[in-house]
Design a protein around this ligand. Structure first.
Ligand code: SF4
Ligand code: SF4
Length: 238
């Protein structure tokens, strides 16, 4: 049994289509600075419109910026932008481990993710993971709200309900009697694919709007400050 989480490079959290990873405007700016490329380059190659499910309604998806899966920023079995990786990538799997420990919810631990296998954490580790998750979570809330304000300026659909969609109804019929966890993940994957087609891709005009917003001095100041907080947060884990 291991007493600390350690990434074992299985790649599952970076590749599985059903684990959508949303991206904030701060993430976009950090990745663009790290790669020394414009925000538009990141949007054209790695991040796009991605549907995120509504936990209360299995047919509803809202649109957010998210990492295109499988994530093409993963190279040679490693994250090529590790120091600038999105907030959601930083949170995984810390929030899962804290949740499982604090609320005794072992079933949320998916042992097919190699880092979760053979792991037994003590109270001291969980305290650190919880402190770290709190800092990242606070930054995420702030940056997600800034991102939403920008997304509302784009000329795109903001949510979709698949319940009346013919392709969705065929999917449901196909998976009607399949209840294993792998078939449920497959169904989720196919639903996300379908919602993604309906949302479509970011238009050049939308990319220009995001890029203009990402240059605003007040936003750059917030992101700069958050980036420092993120660097400090890494020390909590030591
Ligand atoms: S699932 Fe865990 S072990 Fe696999 S790449 Fe992600 S963090 Fe690393
Ligand atoms: S940005 Fe890095 S950590 Fe996040 S999904 Fe892509 S490769 Fe994985």
């Amino acid at each position: 049994m291991r007493a600390s989480f350690k990434c074992r490079n299985c790649g599952k959290c970076c590749n599985a289509f059903y684990t959508q990873i949303n991206v904030t405007i701060g993430d976009l700016i950090r990745i663009s600075n790290f790669l020394e490329k414009p925000v538009s380059y990141v949007l054209k190659n790695f991040v796009g419109i991605n549907p995120f499910g509504d936990p209360k309604n299995p047919t509803k998806f809202s649109y957010e910026l998210g990492v295109n899966m499988p994530c093409l920023l993963r190279k040679n079995e490693k994250c090529s932008v590790y120091k600038a990786r999105p907030l959601n990538c930083r949170l995984f799997p810390y929030w899962v481990l804290v949740q499982a420990f604090v609320f005794n919810q072992n079933k949320i631990i998916d042992k097919s993710y190699k880092c979760m296998n053979n792991l037994k954490l003590g109270r001291d580790k969980i305290k650190k993971y919880s402190g770290y998750s709190k800092v990242i979570g606070d930054i995420l809330i702030q940056e997600a709200s800034l991102t939403d304000n920008i997304l509302y300026k784009l000329n795109i659909k903001h949510s979709v309900d698949l319940s009346k969609n013919k392709d969705y109804q065929e999917l449901v019929a196909k998976y009607k009697n399949k209840k294993t966890s792998s078939s449920l993940k497959q169904l989720e994957t196919e639903k996300i694919r379908l919602a993604k087609i309906i949302f479509g891709k970011l238009k050049d005009s939308d990319i220009r709007v995001i890029e203009d917003e990402a240059r605003k001095p007040f936003l750059l100041k917030i992101v700069e400050n958050n980036t420092k907080r993120l660097e400090e947060a890494e020390n909590i884990l030591i």
